[in-house]
Design a protein around this ligand. Structure first.
Ligand SMILES: [Zn+2]
Length: 423
């Protein structure tokens, strides 16, 4: 759709959803009234900045169904996020919402060159988590053959991949690495599988990790993005250009704000990503603050799609560690480790407080080929990794080398950090 035409569509849909939530969800009516805005104050696209934002705390305060705009009898499915603490975020879907979701997930798979000739091994978890059923609906809509294998049971994943001839895999990037490693240990060359594309998301990962996966499996690795609060997977996806993720912005209106002042950021600037769902019926969100850091790009993409693109998310503000006053993202450490030949792409970060000082410890797994009993060799490797990480994050850290295959492997979202500080 040409950009101008979509702007008109966005305006109509946005106007509609603002009145819809104002009339149906007491929370939004109260918030709008407190901010002194009415749906009729929305006269052009930029006016959305006049409306209040919504946060994860608002969702928690209205747990489980308080932000739903439809009664349960209209809601045909519930999902929930895997919240690490406290109550989960609950998302409801009407029949139309499920159709919308299948549509945006079909587009996502289309961005990864998936067609009805493909066999999709869907190794995202099924259940309350949105990954499994989200991909499932999109795959069916495209007419591809979907294998609803879910996560885990890695040896069986490999057997199915060989026997059913899976051409597309969908899972977290950390689980893909786990599968590749198990395949190698079974004497299966992952490059010889029929897989040609992987769609990876649900956790932050780096371009260095992408290169590692692409080389190891001889596939194209695509970054996909979504969150339960907005719909699940299917909010945006990379295309073959791999230069930003196309946001399906006829359904999800993106903004970038300054997380401190809440002011909209100028085009192209880095800030917090905010979404308004313009078409969802059961659980619409207005200006939902994702905590994800990104920037928007409105330039035309070589692939021909006209959507706004978001830069690959380098980290959630929730994942950011503050160590001795310095902001550190686990993905920064990952990007360094992936360039060190001796290190495997498996790592774990521990943060301690010793006396009054924060100590960052990175456990790094050494490749089998490089592991040595010689203390001198290990000490020099330790120094090298420590130095490279310090160059990127700006503070010193303690490196703890561990033997091959000793760190826990992921079967879904990898747990990269343990913060032992009592903050
Ligand atoms: Zn593109």
């Amino acid at each position: 759709m040409p950009v101008g035409e979509r702007r008109t569509l966005q305006f109509e849909r946005m106007k509609n959803i603002l009145s819809y939530v104002y009339d149906r969800v007491p929370f939004y009516k109260r918030k709008f009234d407190e901010a002194g805005v009415k749906p009729s104050d929305y006269k052009e696209l930029g006016d959305i900045a006049k409306f209040p934002t919504t946060t994860k705390i608002d969702l928690r305060d209205n747990y489980p169904f308080g932000l739903f705009a439809q009664p349960l009898k209209e809601i045909v499915r519930l999902h929930a996020s895997s919240g690490t603490t406290g109550k989960p975020v609950v998302a409801g879907y009407t029949e139309n919402d499920i159709d919308t979701w299948a549509e945006v997930m079909a587009r996502t798979l289309g961005c990864g060159d998936c067609t009805k000739d493909d066999v999709i091994q869907n190794a995202y978890g099924y259940g309350l988590f949105t990954g499994g059923l989200g991909v499932h609906g999109g795959g069916q809509k495209i007419g591809a053959t979907v294998i609803p294998i879910s996560g885990g049971n890695t040896k069986r994943q490999i057997m199915i991949m060989q026997d059913f001839g899976s051409t597309i895999i969908t899972c977290t990037p950390s689980y893909m690495l786990n599968i590749a490693e198990v395949a190698e240990s079974m004497g299966v060359d992952p490059k010889k599988l029929k897989l040609r594309v992987g769609l990876f998301g649900a956790e932050p990962w780096t371009n260095e990790m992408r290169e590692n996966i692409e080389k190891r499996l001889d596939i194209s690795a695509i970054d996909i993005y979504g969150l339960t609060e907005v719909i699940g997977p299917g909010v945006s996806s990379e295309c073959e250009a791999k230069n930003g993720l196309h946001i399906f912005d006829d359904h999800f209106y993106p903004e970038i704000i300054d997380p401190q002042t809440m002011e909209p950021m100028p085009e192209g600037e880095l800030g917090e990503l905010v979404f308004t769902t313009m078409t969802k019926e059961a659980f619409p969100v207005i200006r939902y603050r994702t905590r994800d850091i990104s920037r928007l790009n409105y330039e035309a993409c070589p692939c021909g799609r006209t959507h706004a693109r978001m830069e690959r998310v380098s980290g959630r503000t929730d994942d950011m560690l503050i160590i001795r006053g310095v902001n550190v993202f686990p993905t920064q450490i990952e990007s360094v480790l992936l360039t060190i030949e001796e290190a495997e792409p498996h790592y774990h970060i521990n943060v301690f407080r010793e006396g009054n000082l924060d100590v960052l410890e990175v456990q790094v797994e050494i490749g089998e080929k490089f592991f040595s009993d010689e203390i001198k060799v290990l000490e020099s490797l330790n120094k090298k990794i420590g130095h490279e990480i310090q160059t990127v994050i700006g503070i010193g850290c303690r490196i703890k080398l561990v033997e091959p295959k000793t760190l826990a492997r992921s079967e879904g979202k990898a747990k990269r950090v343990t913060d032992h500080r009592k903050l």
